[in-house]
Design a protein around this ligand. Structure first.
Ligand SMILES: NC(=O)c1ccc[n+]([C@@H]2O[C@H](COP(=O)([O-])OP(=O)(O)OC[C@H]3O[C@@H](n4cnc5c(N)ncnc54)[C@H](OP(=O)(O)O)[C@@H]3O)[C@@H](O)[C@H]2O)c1
Length: 256
């Protein structure tokens, strides 16, 4: 009886040790492959999308879900749910301009990735100088591993790429977005900033050819669907770590 119990205990320990070895091997393979599992797939991540009910944000939500990620949408109580209706997402209600709402959302659970796809929805352009720092501060404080921020060509060093004649009426917007970018960069969280100059959405079913360029002088057009695919591609991607990209689709006309 004693022997059988000892054998059962040894067997249980052996199984546990084998499981731990397998987990350690998988973890090592994941690190070696730059965020991928041994099978080459990307691991499932907990992602919160600010602006996830918007035109760009909802495309990003769909792309993330399609890749198997666990998606939460930060949404105002008054926001339309139409674009994300029926999708298997968790909703966290709040207003990004209220810091306590952002703190509560990011403390509610542990997120691996934060995506900022916010638009100001008619608010003053100063919106971006408030939303960016709120998100950056609480992402850093809660151990988020990556922030993907959608920003605009015209901000920072990309000012030179923006049509000079249009700059005067964009000055305040770009200044506010720069505050948001700087907060994300200074947060200490791995960041990926994806700027767009002109957004145009070709009809559903039309193929898109969006690509990221690591050149702040590039100005072009891109679709929200393309931006969503590029966002997904940057989740956990070492080549996107601490980088500022411009997104363009060479098959779309360039508007100025
Ligand atoms: N270059 C271009 O041609 C161009 C054109 C348009 C946009 N953009 C940029 O592209 C990005 C996204 O644009 P979009 O067209 O997808 O925007 P959008 O459809 O207007 O979506 C904006 C999202 O932000 C949310 N939001 C706004 N204020 C909020 C608040 N206080 N708290 C929480 N959520 C809030 C909105 O929710 P509600 O529904 O509650 O407002 C909505 O989900 C922005 O960075 C925008 O500046 C560029």
């Amino acid at each position: 009886m004693v022997n059988r119990r000892t054998f059962t205990l040894k067997l249980a320990l052996a199984i546990a040790a084998a499981a731990m070895t397998a987990a350690a091997t998988a973890a090592a393979a994941q690190t070696a492959a730059g965020g991928r599992t041994a099978a080459g797939a990307r691991p499932r991540r907990a992602v919160i999308v600010f602006g996830g009910s918007g035109q760009l944000g909802s495309e990003i939500v769909r792309a993330l879900l399609g890749a198997g990620h666990d998606v939460t949408v930060f949404i105002r109580p008054s926001s339309s749910r139409e674009r994300i209706a029926g999708l298997p997402v968790t909703l966290v209600e709040g207003d990004v301009t209220v810091e306590a709402d952002v703190e509560r959302a990011l403390k509610a659970r542990r997120y691996d990735v934060v995506v900022d796809a916010l638009g100001r929805s008619g608010a003053d352009v100063g919106f971006f100088a408030i939303s960016g720092p709120h998100i950056a501060r609480w992402a850093a404080a809660t151990g988020v591993r990556q922030i993907v921020l959608h920003s605009s060509v015209g901000v920072g060093a990309s000012r030179e790429a923006y049509p000079a004649e249009l700059l005067p009426r964009m000055e305040r917007l770009f200044a506010a977005k720069q505050v948001g970018e700087e907060a994300v960069i200074a947060s200490g969280v791995t960041y990926t900033i994806i700027r767009n100059a002109v957004l145009r959405d070709p009809p559903e079913g039309t193929s898109e050819h969006a690509r990221l360029v690591h050149d702040e002088k590039v100005y072009g057009t891109v679709s929200r669907r393309g931006l969503a695919r590029l966002t997904l591609g940057c989740v956990d991607e070492p080549d996107c770590a601490d980088k500022i990209f411009h997104a363009i689709d060479d098959t779309l006309p360039v508007f100025r």
